[in-house]
Design a protein around this ligand. Structure first.
Ligand SMILES: NC(=O)c1ccc[n+]([C@@H]2O[C@H](COP(=O)([O-])OP(=O)(O)OC[C@H]3O[C@@H](n4cnc5c(N)ncnc54)[C@H](OP(=O)(O)O)[C@@H]3O)[C@@H](O)[C@H]2O)c1
Length: 305
């Protein structure tokens, strides 16, 4: 496993574990997380919102049982005020909400610090300076080691790049959602690294592509039709294995981690295998470029700078 270090010295395994789709049950989650760490993954990504705190509690259970806190780079996210009774979620990036939420997350996660705390979205109308100051203060207090944002809004990303000391930007990034390529230069020039979420496009960019396409992408996505996506996948998969190729594509950029989700141990093992294959036997540059070009190049269309 390769490790990447951000400007605050936070070390990320290049293949990370996105915990959003972990099972609800703490014991089942612990089983998957144990295997992930045994397979060399040290970055675990969660959010207070996932399963309304239950996801953090399950990770907390794993941390307590495994006694592996010091081996893990742990991130959570904040900014959504959720109601435990109904499904109401309200955006709240205020100082008061963040200062309260960090203590709730730490308690659920059974730890006294986070390696990375991310703003879970955000709009250009937010009081962004207040949010930035709050993250800076949490850093000074030792409750977090670094902060970042999760955003697909170019105007918000631009503001944080210019006005904060973020270590990372999390954004969906893969062959199909290739919108981040337009922002790469701006991100790299501020010495910020990308956390590439959704690398497999919900399983579409694996050897299960046909089944996933028919199950999850009947209506298309990101302005692309089912047929356009199908054509790209079919062309690319004739050149080299999709999953290995998408990891190679992402690791060619300045990523901190490729944040892969898995809902079963079988998926997790297949993902680590494809990552290792990519490291041991990389696809030739020409072939990889042909795969990249099998997919339509798309751009962010809203919330522009
Ligand atoms: N706004 C945000 O901040 C935000 C938003 C989304 C995600 N995230 C983070 O990013 C992480 C990853 O996102 P994601 O879950 O969309 O990423 P992903 O890695 O593209 O998709 C994960 C899903 O793909 C399927 N899958 C995984 N490995 C597979 C394999 N080997 N073969 C076939 N299918 C496979 C599984 O779906 P099934 O369970 O259906 O089988 C799994 O739940 C999340 O866990 C979360 O931590 C952050």
């Amino acid at each position: 496993m390769k490790f990447n270090t951000t400007k605050s010295g936070i070390k990320f395994s290049e293949l990370g574990f996105g915990a959003m789709n972990l099972p609800n049950d703490a014991i089942d989650s612990q089983y998957i997380l144990d295997q992930a760490v045994d397979l060399g993954i040290t970055y675990i990504d969660t959010a207070d919102l996932y399963q309304k705190g239950q996801n953090e509690k399950n990770i907390g259970h794993f941390i307590k049982q495994s006694k592996k806190r010091d081996q893990i780079t742990l991130a959570s996210k904040v900014g959504n005020r959720f109601n435990m009774v109904n499904d109401d979620v309200q955006w709240d990036p205020s100082k008061a909400h963040i200062k309260q939420s960090i203590h709730e997350s730490l308690k659920r996660l059974e730890t006294d610090y986070l390696d990375l705390y991310m703003l879970h979205g955000g709009t250009i109308e937010d009081q962004m300076d207040e949010t930035i100051e709050t993250f800076e203060n949490l850093k000074k207090e030792g409750l977090i080691r670094a902060y970042g944002i999760s955003s697909i809004r170019p105007n918000v990303i631009d503001y944080y790049l210019k006005h904060s000391q973020i270590d990372t930007i999390m954004m969906q990034f893969n062959f199909i959602d290739n919108r981040p390529t337009d922002l790469i230069d701006a991100i790299q020039s501020e010495n910020v690294k990308i956390l590439a979420r959704g690398p497999l496009m919900k399983g579409l960019l694996t050897d299960q592509s046909e089944a996933v396409l028919n199950k999850k992408f009947r209506e298309g996505t990101l302005g692309l039709t089912y047929d356009t996506i199908k054509e790209g996948v079919q062309i690319a998969q004739q050149i080299a294995p999709l999953q290995q190729a998408v990891y190679q594509y992402l690791s060619s950029y300045d990523v901190a981690s490729i944040v892969n989700g898995a809902s079963t141990v079988e998926q997790l093992k297949a993902n680590v295998r494809a990552y290792e294959q990519m490291k041991d036997d990389p696809i030739e540059t020409d072939a990889l470029n042909q795969m990249i070009h099998a997919f339509k190049s798309i751009q962010y269309e809203d919330h522009l700078v």
